[in-house]
Design a binder for this molecule. Structure first.
Ligand code: HEC
Length: 327
């Protein structure tokens, strides 16, 4: 949902001139739109000092937000829940945006646990996701970070209930938009590009309509969408280790029961000192495989998809002259 405050207000003003009903509606809405209109004016975004994962001190407005289109997320490195998935998804978005990431669009992850998240911890965390220095991971003084959080609408008190949305903000136009990291990455990439008025004009209607229909590979199994959305940020099938291990051939390395139990409740496996789960946790120390709330059905769909992809990749590899149609 994009909110262009100025044109919304203009719309209501025109509508109000034409009918009493709209006038009544305007009476109700004026307060809201006026409040919103002043929200992002100079000084709304706090110009407080923040520290990057490389230990540099920057001013949050002047050095980070000013004149830019930013993709903002809130994280904390000890989160064992859903927030690593957000970072993993956003790193896919960064890949998707290609060269324009860090040039036209800037990724900013703000720690909501600044006491614990030192620059060094943020550095380790970003490295676990293969993220470089162009993407800023910020910490700072607790009261400064709190001010930033509040102004950007991230107000939850407990760490565990913080929002997992992504905030898109164009400082030049004053537009902002909340989005989810859990949808189709191509759709999110289009939303990011559309924050730029020039790109928005260039996006043809057909492209906009088709933005969500891209599929990464030719199989069309029920587990595919689920895998791409909830696992693909951290795992590949046959393209190497990412945040977590490559899952190609996983069913030949692990029993079906183990896989199902692990995919559904990895934290329980670790708590019960399952040797394989503990060995994995040791090998991948920065990020924990989160409990993603999958049902047994979901889990078996996902396993079936991984098996099918494993089989497809092996077939690819054993036919050297095979012609690749996908992509
Ligand atoms: C935020 C990143 C993340 C997401 C999302 C994620 N995983 Fe993992 N996964 C990991 C990490 C890291 C490990 C390594 C072990 C650990 O975390 O303790 C792992 C381990 C695994 C393993 C064990 C691999 C082995 O070699 O035995 C399986 C199986 C697995 N994940 C499946 C999945 C599936 C299926 C999904 C999607 C439903 C998923 N993961 C989503 C990060 C993730």
């Amino acid at each position: 949902m994009r909110i262009n405050v100025a044109s919304l207000a203009h719309f209501w003003r025109r509508a109000a001139a034409s009918s009493w009903l709209a006038a009544l509606v305007m009476f109700v809405f004026t307060g809201i739109t006026q409040a919103a209109e002043t929200r992002w004016k100079e000084g709304y975004i706090p110009n407080v000092p923040v520290v990057t994962q490389d230990g540099r001190t920057l001013l949050f407005y002047d050095d980070v937000m000013k004149g830019r289109i930013s993709i903002i997320s809130f994280i904390y490195t000890s989160c064992r829940d859903i927030c690593p998935v957000v970072t993993a998804r956003l790193s896919q978005l960064e890949d998707n945006l290609g060269d324009s990431a860090g040039r036209d669009y800037f990724f900013v992850s703000i720690s909501i646990d600044p006491l614990n998240d030192t620059p060094d911890k943020l550095k380790e965390y970003s490295k676990a996701f293969g993220i470089g220095s162009r993407w800023l991971f910020l910490t700072g003084k607790a009261q400064d970070i709190e001010l930033i959080r509040h102004r950007l609408g991230e107000r939850s008190r407990a760490l565990t209930e913080h929002r997992n949305e992504v905030l898109l903000f164009n400082d030049v136009t004053g537009e902002w938009e909340r989005n989810s990291a859990f949808g189709d990455i191509n759709v999110l990439a289009s939303a990011v590009r559309a924050m730029d008025p020039v790109q928005r004009a260039a996006l043809r209607p057909t492209e906009q309509a088709n933005a969500g229909t891209f599929v990464d590979d030719p199989l069309n199994l029920p587990g595919q969408a689920l895998f791409l959305k909830t696992c693909g940020g951290c795992h590949t099938i046959g393209r190497g280790n990412r945040v977590g291990p490559d899952l190609q051939g996983i069913s030949t390395r692990r029993s079906r029961d183990w896989l199902t139990a692990y995919i559904m409740k990895p934290e329980k496996m670790r708590a019960s000192k399952d040797p394989a789960a503990l060995a994995l946790a040791q090998k991948y120390p920065e990020v924990r495989m989160p409990n993603l709330g999958l049902s047994e059905f979901d889990s078996s769909d996902v396993i079936a998809y991984i098996e099918a992809m494993t089989y497809a990749r092996r077939a690819d590899e054993s036919t050297p002259h095979a012609h690749h149609h996908h992509h």
